[in-house]
Design a protein around this ligand. Structure first.
Ligand SMILES: [Zn+2]
Length: 252
């Protein structure tokens, strides 16, 4: 039975992942609902249902548009698959507890922002503002941590990121600041600090890997959003475990 529910979460994750791609691609252009059907970015032809099956359509069409043969970015099936797997993992991790809802909310926030940041180097305010009241409701309905901790998380995130933004002079964007500030509200003080630490760690590892591959070094600007997202998902899944473990190392 559990395996069936996990599979259902995976399939719904694939479908939502497909929707999150659309959100991430259209919201920065301000046109989420102006065209209801999905279309090919190159030839602008409306896609048929056969071309809209998450992951499978991409594989069957060998990553190309059926008509104009233009390459489709592997980002889209990757994000669909990632959403499916993460949704299934969230169920396996939490079962039907409030943690599952938090996990799914964080996934729903992170995936479209990652798509948008990779595609346009933008973290849309609209997506951040859409999720703010949802996380507020979560905190009010499931008071896992006191609300003041969420607001303290906001203050610390804002001050720390504003300082980095000021000192780095373009190394980090205003979008990253707003993204981190929302995550401060989502995870509270400790959770935010862990998210920040992990994002920097993942960013350094990812930066080293891509630097080797592109051979252009630090000149290529790599969006930081995907690393923030990866960190946020890690914290939503294992934040409590990691914080408890770290505090025990310090002797608390
Ligand atoms: Zn096309």
């Amino acid at each position: 039975m559990d395996a069936i529910i996990t599979l259902i979460f995976f399939i719904y994750g694939l479908i939502f992942g497909s929707f999150f791609n659309v959100v991430g691609l259209r919201v920065p252009k301000g046109s989420l609902f102006s065209q209801t059907r999905s279309y090919c970015d190159t030839c602008e032809r409306t896609l048929t249902w056969k071309e809209l099956i998450p992951v499978f359509s991409f594989m069957i069409q060998k990553g190309k548009c059926r008509k104009c043969k233009e390459k489709i970015s592997p980002l889209y099936p990757f994000m669909e698959l990632a959403t499916g797997l993460l949704a299934a993992c969230a169920y396996m991790r939490f079962g039907f507890t409030p943690g599952l809802l938090m996990g799914l909310l964080v996934i729903s926030l992170v995936i479209p922002i990652t798509v948008s940041d990779v595609a346009y180097r933008r973290i849309p305010n609209k997506i951040l503002l859409f999720f703010l009241p949802l996380f507020l409701i979560y905190h009010l309905v499931f008071p896992v941590m006191p609300l003041w901790d969420a607001f303290l998380g906001v203050a610390i995130a804002f001050i720390l990121l504003a300082l980095i933004l000021f000192l780095s002079k373009g190394g980090m964007g205003a979008g990253d600041l707003k993204y981190f500030t929302l995550l401060g509200f989502v995870f509270g003080t400790k959770g935010f600090l862990l998210t920040f630490f992990l994002a920097v760690l993942f960013g350094l590892v990812g930066g080293l890997i891509t630097m080797k591959r592109t051979q252009q070094g630090a000149k290529t600007a790599i969006p930081f959003g995907p690393y923030i997202g990866l960190a946020a998902i890690t914290v939503s899944f294992y934040g409590d475990t990691l914080i408890t473990w770290y505090l025990s190392l310090l002797g608390f």
